[in-house]
Design a protein around this ligand. Structure first.
Ligand code: PLP
Length: 380
């Protein structure tokens, strides 16, 4: 099955008891057994749920993996990955990381004796220099947030294999439509399903996908033991969203390209960060590992002040000011005061995250309306 067909059919079958074409929402906490231990594969809602199972099979197929596990949130999924580690283990991660992941690593897991280092993974050889005998996990996010840096997944995976270090890729920004890290050699893929995969800004969920049976069993044990499982209604919503992932992503990419080129040509704009631009420093790697370039764009103003950003945000209308991304509607964010406010200003500036940097999640509205809105908000 090819990708577009998989979004609609993989892992799914009409309900055997009724013929319902849509996977039913199995809103049940427990399952009746014929005799102790004699059941239909389902015992208790934390451990198994048929709606969740269908979604997991579908997600595994989309990422070309054998197994998937769904979590109550994306961070719940990341939490499970770190719980496979032991005190004294070290994690190497990208320095331009989703803020919530950074917070989980540093504010929660450091006190359990796990060490995290944040480096520039765009330079793969630098990654190898930082690996020690204690390094157990390479945590990759690409494209990164909000600077849209690209990390070479195949190169990092090769380094991981050479040193027997697990490689996990947070594939939230690209979605499986654009990029499949397992095919590039990664061991594990993480998704915040909250974003492009569900795509309608109506659910918070996460997932892990792998083809490594031992790793899957360990993660499944941790999930059942710690309990970060999603509800069946949310699983249904994500399944419903996935059926249009390919058509939505195609439009996100088209609109993203149009917005990136519009901004590049606008006299008030300084830098545009979008990996589809040939001027992007990692454009060649993006072209190699992604099928298209997505709808996430950041940009800065020539007049790079907080006031410029705030004036723009006040005028923009169709792009809604909100955290999150990947929904059908266009969103705008100001990382310096929103998602990345907890990072000290000096640190932010070092990575190019200036006071006036704006991040767009370009939606799937008519492109003319989006460009007209940007045009009027950029006047003066
Ligand atoms: C949103 C997001 C997360 C966290 O996912 P939640 O579903 O909000 O818990 C992790 N990584 C990236 C890149 C994200 O955008």
């Amino acid at each position: 099955m090819r990708f577009n067909t998989k979004t609609i059919h993989a892992g799914l079958a009409p309900d055997p008891s009724t013929g319902a074409i849509m996977t039913p929402i199995f809103q049940t906490s427990t399952y009746v057994q014929n005799a102790p231990g004699d059941h239909k594969g389902y015992e208790y809602g934390r451990t198994q749920n048929p709606t969740r199972d269908a979604l997991q099979k579908n997600l595994a197929a989309l990422e070309n993996g054998k197994y998937a596990l769904c979590y109550s949130t994306g961070l719940g999924a990341i939490d499970a990955v770190i719980k496979t580690l032991n005190p004294g283990d070290e994690v190497l991660s990208t320095n331009d990381l989703y803020g919530g992941t950074y917070r989980l690593f540093v504010k929660v897991f450091e006190k359990y004796g796990i060490k995290f280092s944040f480096i520039n993974m765009s330079n793969a050889s630098e990654v190898e220099q930082h690996i020690t005998s204690k390094t157990k996990l390479l945590w990759v996010e690409t494209p990164t947030n909000p600077m849209m840096n690209i990390i070479d997944i195949a190169a990092i995976s090769e380094i991981g294999k050479k040193h027997h270090v697990l490689v996990c890729v947070d594939n939230t920004f690209a979605s499986p439509y654009l990029q499949n890290p397992l095919d590039l050699g990664a061991d594990l893929v993480m998704h915040s399903l909250t974003k492009y995969i569900s795509g309608h800004s109506d659910v918070v969920m996460g997932a892990l996908i792998t083809s490594n049976e031992k790793l899957h069993e360990e993660l499944k044990f941790i999930q059942n033991a710690t309990g970060a499982t999603p509800g069946p209604q949310d699983c249904f919503l994500v399944l419903r969203g996935i059926k249009t992932l390919h058509v939505r992503m195609q439009r996100h990419c088209e609109n993203g390209a149009a917005v990136a080129h519009f901004l590049t040509a606008h006299p008030a704009i300084d830098k545009v960060y979008w990996c589809g631009l040939t001027s992007h420093p990692n454009h060649e790697i993006a072209k190699k590992q992604m099928r298209d370039f997505g709808g996430m764009i950041s940009f800065t103003f020539k007049n790079d002040t907080m006031e410029t950003a705030l004036a723009f945000l006040k005028k923009i209308e169709l792009f809604a000011l909100a955290e999150s991304l990947g929904g059908v509607e266009s969103l705008v964010g100001h990382p310096a005061s929103m998602t990345h406010a907890s990072i000290p200003r000096e640190e932010r500036l070092k990575n190019g995250l200036t006071d006036a940097l704006i991040r767009l999640s370009v939606g799937i509205e008519d492109i003319e309306d989006l460009l007209e809105d940007l045009q009027q908000a950029l006047k003066n």
